[in-house]
Design a protein. Structure first.
Lengths: 237, 237
DNA sequence: CTAATAGTGTCTCTCAGACACTATCCG
DNA sequence: CGGATAGTGTCTGAGAGACACTATTAG
């Protein structure tokens, strides 16, 4: 038998295969706090419970795992998040009562303003603050997935400006610093923070200014390549 | 219908599910070079080609994904590697001709001496240097998996002593530095390297010494917690 | 003017890089 | 002694932390 014959005869469904899902921990920043998107489960198991957005791969629709999670997130938010990153994969025989199950989990960031209208119109989806989610039982092992995403994002805020993707397209340096401070859980030195940004040349100066109270603040935009930039020296934890 | 009834009726195999495999990029260090374990494929597809060790989840045998890859690696090396870490998961409709396929890939490290006997006795497994593997077509997308593992390990050698797990239980500081140098691809300052190690308190001084030529070198052992330690400042790339 | 927030100047301290030095073994 | 490798002393420079300072708006 050659490979062609083997493939022609091969019946994928003749073998046991674990359930495969994708899940996403989608963060945003609004009103001085981090928020995470959760959805109410419409079906068993854990029907009625809240959990992370996600679901089964649709082999006919999804070309890749990332397409699958982006499709799921778009269903809830109306848009594709500007930052997404694979977090981890959990697979075992006990996380889903239906059987051996594997979930590929992603961390994503989005601006609150960019999707608030859509989320308000989706009955079963809402933002909760990270304080709320930490005291809330989620479906399956989604509390653990959230915890890992939260921890990774905290680490990232020490050596990258990835958290900036939770802000609107255009933002002030003070806003960017505040997101980092909330993630790290301590205040940062304004000077250190700005020195790093300036040297790394990660932002586009829009030339515009915004004023609320006090001196108007310069507005910046993230360079697309900022998503991958890593400072060689961490901020202190 | 309640959840119990739903679960009783649920037939996992009634739904399409991607193929799920685990793969491992197992590194070791021997004769001043990094090596990777590859195995010859016994079955279609890609029969006869070399690829990374791995394979399907065995739902009856494996409780978790990590158990699955450790089982696969133990089959080839005879032992459980002292360091293993999830690398990434690739899933799409084109990587495996049999259908939509997901692989969860791990990076692992092992001492050459600890498993050489077993590998020599396994017909279809062998070590190849990283120079060799980079010019070798591997099955599926295993070249890409290797590349990602190699890149991550290089990064890790800038801010951790994870590469030390590719050495025997007991080693000299010069040996440890050499592994890092090979991974990073440039020589390091002896003083900087040792200063970091000393401050972080990651090693156990065995009190023993080993001499080849010249002054005898002190022998050290890795503390188990060294696997998770991260320096706050990177070595320069 | 004051209040408020944005943004800068500058000192200290830690730690990586560089490199010369000393130490301990062999023959 | 010299050759080889292990290990240290010490200076420089980059960059984070700290914090006081100036700048620009509103009222």
């Amino acid at each position: 038998m050659n490979e062609q014959e083997y493939l022609a005869k091969y019946d994928k469904n003749a073998y046991l295969s674990p359930l495969v899902t994708v899940d996403g921990v989608l963060f945003t920043y609004h009103e001085e706090t981090l928020k995470v998107l959760i959805v109410e489960r419409a079906n068993y198991p854990n029907k009625g419970m809240w959990g992370l957005p996600g679901g089964f791969i649709d082999e006919t629709q999804d070309k890749t795992l990332e397409h699958a999670i982006l499709r799921k997130l778009k269903e809830k938010t109306g848009i594709i998040p500007p930052y997404i990153e694979q977090l981890c994969t959990i697979g075992n025989d006990s996380r889903d009562k239906r059987g051996w199950s594997v979930t590929v989990c992603y961390t994503a960031l989005i601006a609150y303003q960019a999707c608030q209208h859509n989320i308000d119109s989706v009955e079963s989806a809402k933002w909760v603050t990270i304080d709320e989610i930490e005291n809330m039982p989620l479906a399956f092992d989604h509390n653990e997935l959230y915890r890992q995403a939260r921890e990774r994002l905290k680490q990232k805020s020490l050596y990258s400006i990835v958290p900036g993707f939770a802000l609107p397209d255009v933002f002030t340096l003070t806003e960017l610093q505040r997101v980092h401070e909330v993630l790290i859980g301590k205040t940062l030195q304004k000077k250190s923070f700005r020195r790093r940004l300036e040297q790394a040349d990660l932002l586009i100066d829009t030339g515009e200014k915004r004023q609320e109270t006090g001196r108007p603040a310069n507005l910046y935009r993230l360079k697309p390549e900022s998503a991958d930039y890593r400072f060689i020296r961490n901020l202190e934890f």
